[in-house]
Ligand binder design. Sequence first.
Ligand SMILES: Nc1ncnc2c1ncn2[C@@H]1O[C@H](COP(=O)(O)OP(=O)(O)OP(=O)(O)O)[C@@H](O)[C@H]1O
Ligand SMILES: [Mg+2]
Length: 242
Amino acid sequence: MSLNADNITMAFGALVALRDITLNLDQGEILGLIGPNGAGKTTVVNIISGFQRMSSGAVSVDGRPLDGLSPQARSRNGVVRTFQGARIFSSMTVLENAKVGALAQGASDREAEDRAHAALSRLGLRDLAGLPASRLTYGQERELDLVRALCTGPRYLLLDEPAAGMNESETASLKKAVRAIRDDFGIGVMLIEHDMSLVMSLCDRVQVLVKGETLTVGRPAEVQRNKDVLASYLGSAGGVVA
Ligand SMILES: Nc1ncnc2c1ncn2[C@@H]1O[C@H](COP(=O)(O)OP(=O)(O)OP(=O)(O)O)[C@@H](O)[C@H]1O
Ligand SMILES: [Mg+2]
């Protein structure tokens, strides 16, 4: 069972943002998608989740083509994404925020609430369910965004920089949450992230994009040793290469 993007090319006018990208995400694995700013990481997520239409290529889930389907239809097929820099609704409670994704997908209020309670419990936010979301810390707010996505029942979850702006302890908590999502729910997680120590300790495989092309894909230890990666990216990220 896997999510497959085959030979994706994406042009914005004269700018070719992605050239011939092939990417596979298995259920139950964490795939890191890394690369410098502007490498095309968010564009990959936009295309797979149906928010942008690719110039050429194909996307399929468990062998079923997704081409032409809306984001909602893809999410009903188990492909769910979060947004870079997404915010929660601060005037709503934590529970109400958690339910939003499931309700948007057509779940009943009861079903959405059951899923929300389960996801909040699993990520350690259960005691906060009744609080206004404005009371959350930044790290909790980011985890609530994850809960919201989890409540839609994904089999493949695409996370666009979920740890951005987090401090060390918030990052450690997020790391546990993403592991739980893989291990307890068997979900395939694609993780876009600039924090290399997080990527290298959390991911089963890592794919490196540079200027819209795949530089390499492999186990974290292999990727860290790759000379091209060192030269084009990790070297400039600084201090993360053993
Ligand atoms: N809607 C758009 N119209 C035109 N160009 C775009 C559009 N979206 C992205 N681009 C360009 O495509 C390239 C890839 O952008 P993308 O946002 O996918 O990069 P990224 O790897 O997610 O970067 P970051 O790490 O900064 O989030 C960039 O050159 C960007 O300017
Ligand atoms: Mg991005």
